[in-house]
Design a protein around this ligand. Structure first.
Ligand code: EPZ
Length: 422
């Protein structure tokens, strides 16, 4: 296992480019199953989660090859198995994205139940409901979601969940419906740009999907889909994390390839905190002014503040000039970073779904442990701001979602090394 050793307290300066979007890419890899042939995805980030999805597709009989540093070819001609095994799904719950395309094309799928995750329960009831509504039989057997259908028939399906729309269930339903009979209307569909990206890719494969980006998506089934070539959008959560690296170190950082529209609420929130943010020509430039002003934020489904930037934002607010309140509207327990930030000198008190952060003047280096991807990113940000040496342990969580984080931060002037944990 590797760790990061960070000598904090240096303002970061310079420019980095956003990687391709992990969360857009994962369902797009699964979507390749809808066609027989080779689908080529460009701008694919090199991440362990992408390798896990590749392993899931290989387990189904697909051949996956890197044709360039960020070009991935998914050849589905050999697909002859329909089971996503426990050993892979437990590593990454996004593996559930093969459920919809397997049902769409082969009318059978067995996908291990993903189980809980480090920041609380993440059920898949909406994914199951979606397939049942199209006429599939879906049972839970031996820890697997076992789905079968003689035929899938489109209908109006409401996907409202307790925390609003579900991205994963919207993706699975769109993919199953693309090859179903008739018209499926998804009510309360996810509206994130990653969902729009999947809509566009399905369109490039010959699917008839309308309404991407709105709360109602209409899918008119077709008989077959063709493989396609598609360039994956930039990763806005990664981009936002580097914007915060500039802010928390009082530095001057530009992130290229970031979509300011996607991040508009995040950018507005940073400005409210007193951070200078300039947006132009597909780049976001940030100039940190510490201490930031305290804030009240609430995460929610797009276009609300993204939960995937909440831990990193909490790290910034630990250096605010007063009391901030962060309410998690998606995952009430997503505060694994809080006790670790406290080890660095932050004052954070959590009563789910709320964290109260009393800003401090300084953070101090310490040993901290990562327990999930974005909590890990938050600890790196805090370590960059802290005086002295911070050891961030178990960074395999960070490798799931950030390609070469230490290289990008080093290019901005950070003192960060990857070492094997003793
Ligand atoms: C996606 O997960 C992202 N993952 C997550 O990013 C992100 O945190 C999440 O969306 C919310 O924005 C990928 O895109 C691969 P959801 P997903 O279904 O699709 C509840 C990261 O850090 N729900 O939109 O699994 C659920 O518990 C990761 O990169 C049900 O109740 O999330 C949550 O409260 C972590 N029943 C809410 O809906 C269901 O059947 C939204 O979840 C499904 C979800």
């Amino acid at each position: 296992m590797d760790k990061y050793v960070i000598e904090g307290g240096r303002p970061l300066r310079g420019t980095v480019a956003a990687q391709g979007s992990k969360n857009a890419c994962l369902p797009m890899m699964a979507a390749a199953l809808l066609a027989d042939g080779v689908t080529t995805l460009r701008n694919v980030p090199r991440l362990s989660d992408i390798e896990t999805m590749a392993a899931v597709l290989r387990a189904l009989g697909a051949t996956i090859e890197w044709e360039g540093p960020h070009v991935l070819a998914v050849d589905t001609r050999g697909v002859d198995k329909y089971v996503a095994p426990y050993d892979l799904v437990r590593r990454m719950r996004a593996s559930i994205a093969v459920l919809g395309p397997l049902m769409g094309r082969f009318r059978r799928a067995e996908v291990s139940l993903p189980g809980g995750c480090a920041f609380g329960p993440r059920p898949v009831d909406l994914h199951i409901k979606a397939l049942r509504e199209l006429g599939a039989t879906v049972e839970l057997e031996g820890g697997y979601v076992v789905a079968r259908a003689a035929a899938l028939k489109g209908k109006r399906v409401n996907l409202s969940g307790p925390a609003g729309p579900s991205r994963g269930a919207t993706a699975n339903l769109m993919m199953a419906a693309a090859l179903a009979e008739g018209v499926t209307v998804i009510e309360d569909a996810a509206r994130e740009p990653e969902t729009v990206e999947l809509v566009n890719m399905l369109g490039a494969m010959g699917a008839r999907v309308e309404g991407g980006g709105s709360a109602e998506i209409t899918v008119t089934g077709v008989d077959r889909l063709e493989p396609c070539e598609y360039e994956v959008m930039a990763d806005q959560i990664e981009a936002g994390t580097y914007v915060l690296a500039g802010a928390i170190t009082g530095g001057d950082v530009t992130v290229e390839g970031a979509d300011a529209e996607y991040l508009s609420l995040f950018i507005g929130t940073l400005r409210e905190a007193g951070v200078t943010v300039d947006v132009s020509n597909g780049a976001i430039a940030v100039r940190g002014n510490l201490p930031v002003a305290p804030l009240e934020i609430r995460t929610g489904p797009y276009p609300a503040f993204p939960t995937d930037l909440q831990p990193q934002m909490t790290a910034l607010l630990s250096l605010a000039s007063g009391r901030s309140v962060v309410v998690e509207g998606i995952y009430p327990d997503r505060f694994n970073h809080a006790p670790e930030l406290v080890r660095l000198g932050a004052h954070v008190e959590v009563t789910p779904p709320t964290a109260v952060i009393n800003g401090v003047h300084r953070l101090y280096g310490a040993y901290v442990m990562t327990s999930d991807l974005r909590a890990g990113a938050a600890l790196v940000l805090a370590g960059l701001a802290a005086g002295g040496e911070t050891n961030v342990r178990r960074i395999y969580h960070i490798d799931r979602g950030y390609e070469g984080m230490e290289d990008k931060l080093t290019s901005l002037g950070a003192a960060i090394r990857r070492l094997e944990e003793e």
